[in-house]
Structures are given as C-alpha cells and as structure tokens.
Design a protein around this ligand. Structure first.
Ligand code: PMP
Length: 325
C-alpha cells in the first residue's frame, strides 16, 4: 500500500490548454490509494515520526483534518500497524465522514470553530493527543508534510516534464503541497542551472492567503463551498515558501472547470482541483501562449456528490450546476 502512494500521472488538460495556447497539466493525485494528495503528507509525517521514535508499531496517530488527511493517515497508520483518531469539523462532506467510518478511523466530530477558538478541530486534536499519549500529526506546522512533497511530488513533476516548467499553481490548506513543491522545483532548477518556475498561490474566497501574498495582509472576506483549502494564518509549512504571485478564485469559476473537465475530458475531480485549474488558466492568460503550467488534481468528485453535484444545494447558493444533472 505504501508503495502505491505517489508516482501519479501528469495529465494534459485539453480544454484549458487549447483555450489559452499553453500546455496546462494536472497531477492526478486523486489516484493515490486514499483518493487524495494527502496520502503523501500522511506517509511523510508517519515515516518521520517512526524515524524520530515518536511513533511505534501499536501506537496511535491523532489528527485534526478536513477529512482527506484523516483518510490518508488512517490507511497509512493501519498499514504500519498503528491506529488513528481523527477529529473533523462536522461541516465536511458526508462522503468523507462515511469513508472515514468505513475504513475504521476513530472519528470525533466537532462543531466548526475558527482557529482562535479553543474548540477548533486542530486544538481539540492536540489536546486529545496530549491526554491519551498518542502522536499528534500536526499537519499544519509539522514540516515533514512539505518535505514529503519536496522529495516526491516535485521531482516527479520535474522529470515528467524534463524540467521544462514555466509555472506551478495550487491552493493551500496546510500549505504542504504548495510549499513542498515550490521548494522542490526550486531545488531542481538550481541543480540544473535553470530559472525556477513561477509559483502561484490559488486561493478560494474567504481565505487570507491571497492578501498575504499580494499585500502582506491576512484579512478575510467572503466564503467558499470548497473543502480542505483556505487558510487565515501562515503555517510553518507555508513559511518561507515565498509564492511569486496569487489568484483569488470565486466558486462559480472553479465549478465551471470541474463540470467541464468531467463532461469533456472524463476526469472527475473535487472543488479544490477546480480552484487550481482556474488559477492555471488565469496564469496561462497572464504569461501568454506557449508556456507550460502545472497544477494539482487533489481529489475526486465522488467525495462531494452531496454538495458539488447536488443541484438543489448549488442553486441555493446561486452557483452553476452540472448541465447533465
Ligand atoms: N485539496 C483538498 C481536497 C484537501 O483536502 C487539501 C488538504 N486539506 C488540500 C487541497 C490542500 O493541501 P495542503 O494541506 O497540502 O495545502
């Protein structure tokens, strides 16, 4: 199972490429065994904890997550003879919660609270780990997360495109994916003596990171139905990643890409992938034709059937619906 994580295909996104005259590629992270990009972070964090003696066979991993990290951690923990206790805000999609129960996570649902509130899922998970003697994965501030991407995802992308990459863009939850790939691509560029790709942070509405990159101001407005992304602080994983540029993407623009990709290219992805593709398209337009842009297809659409593919839910929010439903 551990060996099935990573080495995912890099798929050229036809419509986005043709519309912009660029080559836009999506790294198919939904093909990981737990169905998301977070399998890589889960593996990197657990392997690091084993190496440091913080976790042993028979031990317990405790973490607060929007769902995907919980799925990855539970599967990797079980493959390595451990157990997982997963704290999730109750607003996350039913499909992710059902999946966590199905695979045997010890699931603890908590009300959704901002980070500054002690009832926030991250703080609940830290206290639970302290009280029970479990290992707290701490995906937001444990930089084993970004190091995993730096040493797996980034070199994979580099070799899949022979180092010819003009820009990389993706959204952030912990920032592990964006920062790890940014650092890894910059490492590769330095070793090869070429210019590093431009790094573009893709942000949903309601997140502070767009303001952080563009005006060094983390204040927040609006909101998004996407899950697992958006952040109101500079996590240890994000710190030092120095994105070159940022795009703020409204949900309607992201959903249009999710629906088109499904209908015209046979790729079923979730909302954060839509934010990423929208940002890749905007980056392509800004750079002009002939550039190569890479982004991440973080997880699959089946994880959000009850939201992104529920016409009643979408209409209630004034959002576009999949034309075939
Ligand atoms: N997309 C989805 C669907 C996710 O669950 C997450 C992780 N919470 C991300 C994107 C963001 O990844 P990262 O934590 O590496 O920033």
């Amino acid at each position: 199972m551990i060996e099935a994580i990573g080495n995912t295909p890099l798929i050229r996104l036809r419509e986005a490429s043709e519309a912009t005259g660029c080559d836009i590629y999506g790294k198919a992270e939904f093909m990981n065994p737990g169905g998301s990009v977070k399998d890589r972070a889960a593996l990197a964090i657990i392997e690091d904890a084993f190496k440091r003696g913080l976790l042993k066979e028979g031990g317990t991993v405790v973490e607060g997550t929007a769902g995907n990290t919980g799925i990855g951690l539970t599967l990797v923990a079980q493959a390595m003879g451990c157990k997982a206790v997963i704290v999730v805000p109750e607003t996350q999609s039913k499909e992710k919660l059902d999946f966590l129960r199905m695979i045997g996570a010890d699931l603890r649902l908590v009300p959704a609270k901002p980070y500054r509130d002690p009832g926030n899922y991250v703080h609940v998970s830290r206290r639970l780990a302290e009280e029970t003697g479990g290992f707290w994965a701490n995906q937001f501030d444990n930089t084993a997360n970004r190091e995993g991407h730096r040493h797996s995802t980034a070199p994979e992308i580099w070799s899949q495109l022979d180092g010819k990459i003009d820009a990389f863009t993706c959204s952030c939850g912990t920032g592990g994916t964006l920062a790890g790939i940014a650092l890894g691509l910059r490492d590769q560029a330095t070793q090869s003596g070429v210019k590093a790709p431009e790094i573009v942070l893709a942000d949903p509405e309601g997140s502070g990171l767009y303001g952080w990159v563009t005006q060094n101001d983390l204040s927040v407005s609006g909101g998004s139905i996407t899950e697992g992304i958006g952040q109101s602080r500079v996590t240890a994983n994000l710190d030092g990643s120095a994105p070159d540029h940022a795009e703020r993407i409204p949900d309607a623009e992201a959903l249009k890409h999710v629906f088109n990709l499904t209908a015209h290219e046979g790729l079923s992805v979730g909302g954060s992938s839509g934010i990423n593709i929208a940002s890749a398209v905007r980056t392509a337009r800004r750079l002009g034709p002939g550039h190569r842009i890479v982004t991440i297809l973080c997880d699959g659409g089946a994880r959000y059937q009850s939201k992104l593919f529920n016409t009643e839910f979408l209409k209630g929010k004034g959002l576009p619906t999949p034309p075939w439903l």
